[in-house]
Design a protein around this ligand. Structure first.
Ligand code: ADP
Ligand code: MG
Length: 485
């Protein structure tokens, strides 16, 4: 399709995100929630839905919902009521799901994300409600049978529903990434999309830029990675514009996404809200939260990633990229916060963590939590580099790994012991420069005739001869002086 045709349309996207809570027990029973346990080992009459079994509300679920609501600037409803959403499905044996309907625990929140041009954009959140998960159907073990694992039945979920204010696949991914970061900071969900602890449905429609009326939406279910989320949305947008330009109407539908073909496919026509026959859950009394209860949760919220990002970029002058990377992980944030108590070279410290340290971790297949690095010693390493006592390359390739292996030794001790400290002896550096110049008389001539790129060769040779202990800036200066003589 021509871009000029595409450019006449805006995409309109709203997300529904399910986050699985990290509580020890289920939403309405004392069954464990451990992921990966033997199938059907964490069950009870409540989670398999025996008639007469009575649900009880898990306090932690409410606390986690309030935590998320406050972090997302939402209004918390102090009167919590549950509803039954009725439908038949083998993985929901009681024939209904306990959820919240008219009165979600949180409403009217927002989060700031980056739009496709990396500008800030506010995405409003319609509601967050509590509900229970269904059991898991397993189709791949047999051609003729479906197995059901009830361990997941009754596991607590929060569903976040956004307003339809997202405009592209990229924005949707940025939104999910912000939510994932947030729930990890709040310690309420592990944010693991592959394990299904964070799941996303995307509602997609398109409309003419000149029109105010929204088009009919397609809901794409169960997108289990940010890559698939982006691909599914982009495919769906093109497909809808294509169909409209062929004169077809878009009908409201529920679709799936096939990652192999990169296409969405129809699952069913969208159910009408009346078909669920929602009604108030008669087995659970309303729960009333006090103002003090909410206040207390508010007071114990951690500093949130968005606030830290602002502090790092605006307050400390760290690059957006490094600030983004540090605020991905609350353990790294805690480490960095300690580091900056001991050094004011914030940018170098941030870059060294997000580039050099991350490189080391990747190469050695380690997580940040696997290593013991003292923030104070890390700050000393940054100081050594800033004071030109150690060159950065050696700090990154040699000193850092040794610090990680010997967490109780200071970087200065290690550097001295291993002869890493920069050589300030000018005569020694000058000697090495002269040796290299003698070694390459032809190249020196070429250089003098204008091939300035040869500087790299000379520098490399000299640095090698000094065992990388000379300050490259100083070598450069002395070398230029000798070459230009
Ligand atoms: P329902 O209760 O039928 O699921 P909601 O109004 O709660 O519908 O909306 C569900 C999600 O669909 C929300 O994220 C909302 O922003 C989104 N949505 C609603 N209408 C549209 C539309 N025309 N285009 C894109 N997204 C939409
Ligand atoms: Mg819905």
């Amino acid at each position: 399709m021509l871009d000029s045709e595409k450019n006449k349309y805006d995409a309109v996207i709203g997300l529904e995100i399910h986050i699985q809570l990290l509580t020890d027990s289920k939403a309405f029973s004392a069954d464990y929630t451990n992921y990966g346990d033997l199938p059907n080992s964490n069950i009870s009459p409540v989670s398999v839905g025996y008639p007469g079994a009575l649900p009880k509300v898990n306090k932690n679920v409410i606390e986690y919902a309030v935590r998320l609501g406050l972090a997302l600037n939402a209004k918390i409803d102090r009167n919590i009521v549950f509803s039954r959403k009725n439908y038949f499905y083998p993985d929901m044996p009681k024939g209904y799901q306990i959820t919240q309907y008219k009165y979600p625990i949180c409403s009217n929140g927002y989060i700031i994300i980056k739009d496709k041009d990396k500008n800030e954009k506010k995405i409003n959140i319609k509601r967050i409600h509590i509900e229970e998960d269904s059991a898991k159907s397993i189709h791949h073990l047999s051609k003729n049978h479906t197995f059901i694992d009830y361990n997941r039945a009754g596991v607590p979920l929060l569903e976040i529903v956004t307003k339809s204010e997202i405009s592209s696949g990229t924005e949707a991914v940025n939104f999910i990434n912000e939510i994932r970061k947030l729930v990890r900071f709040l310690n309420i969900c592990d944010g693991d999309m592959e394990k299904g602890s964070l799941r996303c449905d995307a509602n997609v429609s398109v409309k003419l830029k000149t029109s105010k009326i929204l088009g009919n939406r397609i809901e794409i279910k169960n997108l289990n990675s940010t890559g698939n989320l982006k691909k599914a949305i982009e495919y769906e947008i093109s497909n809808q514009i294509n169909n409209i330009s062929l004169g077809q109407k878009i009908l409201q539908q529920t679709k799936g996404f096939n990652a192999d073909t990169g296409k969405t496919f129809k699952l069913r026509d969208k159910e009408d809200i009346n078909e669920y026959r929602y009604f108030p859950e008669p087995d659970i009394n309303p729960v009333v939260l006090s103002q003090e209860y909410i206040e207390n949760i508010k007071q114990h919220l951690p500093v949130l990633p968005f606030v830290l990002y602002k502090k790092y970029t605006n307050g400390l002058g760290i690059s957006a990229q490094a600030a983004e990377s540090i605020t991905e992980n609350k353990n790294i944030v805690a480490f960095f916060e300690e580091v900056i108590k001991h050094t004011t070279h914030y940018s170098l410290a941030a870059n060294f963590i997000t580039i050099s340290l991350k490189k080391y971790l990747n190469e050695n297949n380690l997580n940040f939590s696997d290593i013991k690095l003292k923030p104070e010693y890390f700050a000393q390493l940054i100081e050594l580099i800033e004071e030109h006592k150690i060159i950065k390359l050696i700090a990154e390739n040699n000193l850092l790994p040794l610090m990680i292996d010997n967490p109780n030794l200071s970087p200065f001790e290690i550097a001295e012991e291993n002869n890493f400290i920069v050589d300030k002896d000018l005569s020694n550096i000058n000697n090495n420069i002269k040796i290299v110049i003698k070694k390459y008389p032809g190249k020196v001539k070429e250089y003098k005739n204008g091939n300035k790129a040869l500087m790299g060769l000379f520098m490399g040779e000299i640095m090698k001869m000094t065992n990388y202990k000379a300050d490259p800036k100083l070598v450069n200066k002395l070398l230029l002086k000798i070459l230009d003589e």
